[in-house]
Design a protein around this ligand. Sequence first.
Ligand code: UDP
Length: 321
Amino acid sequence: MQNRDLNKMFVSVITGGAGFLGSHLADYLLKKGHRVIVLDNLVTGRIENIAHLAGNEMFKFIKQDVTQYLYVSEKVDYVWHFASPASPIDYAEIPIQTLKVGSLGTHNALGLALKNKARFLLTSTSEVYGDPLQHPQREDYWGNVNTVGPRGCYDEAKRFAEAITMAYHRAHGLETRIVRIFNTYGPRMRMKDGRVVPAFVSQALRGEPITIYGQGTQTRSFCYCSDLIEGIYRLMMSEEIYPVNIGNPTELTILDFAREIIALTGAKSQLIHMELPIDDPKQRRPDISRAKHLLNWEPQISLREGLEKTIQWFAEEIQKN
Ligand code: UDP
């Protein structure tokens, strides 16, 4: 771009920017006129997610493990800390990396923000509520987490990440934001990441059995990725220090979710039941009163519309492979 003064543009660093959500944020910020630097070690991120940005002078990719010292040569205005495995299967496979990115990685990303006097946003998670005893989940609920269970590595890493983020705010006056992300879906999820959306959609499109864990009576509430990114952007630009839930409060059982996907794909798939993973939360739905009030945000994309876009994208991916 010829007449653009690159020095006057906001510079955003996205850790985990080659992942599902990080790459959608990269697209969003570029449209807002930011320069975007993505740091990602590609453990669960994928270069395909950002391949379309190669050659864009406003975009830079640095292959970097954020648990190592972070060096960015230019002045940074915003640090968006998205790096982390996020699927239960991923963090069961790489529990130590999961703990390290939530702890050391968050520390490094905070340090990068502090050095630059940048604003910092942590992507936390509904997993900080564990298997919640309060429903729907409000931000002032402290949670019910099994520290020593298989999900403990992710849940506790994110709880530590929230604590160190608040410590940087209190001790250094760093401008910090914390979003608690609930189940989110959309294009660019990894087909085999084990989460329910890629699993059910790819099973339905291939006519394979749909794998319901347990009886399928556990509930989740699914937010389409563009709604989530809009909420996160608004949070970063707001003045709110304390955690804000971003998610879609439309709650359904996993069994009903499977039926919806079968209806939308026209699949002939059978439903089969498999063992319920340990500590699988029985219910989850965000209370989004704070996001509505503070950010004037609520989801715009219905489950049906979001699933149609997602199914279309997965169908194209299956064609390619
Ligand atoms: N699930 C399922 N079949 C699958 C994958 C997941 O029934 O093939 C269930 C899982 O037990 C959980 C819900 O779907 O109750 C959401 O799982 P996911 O891994 O997407 O995320 P979570 O919300 O548990 O972090």
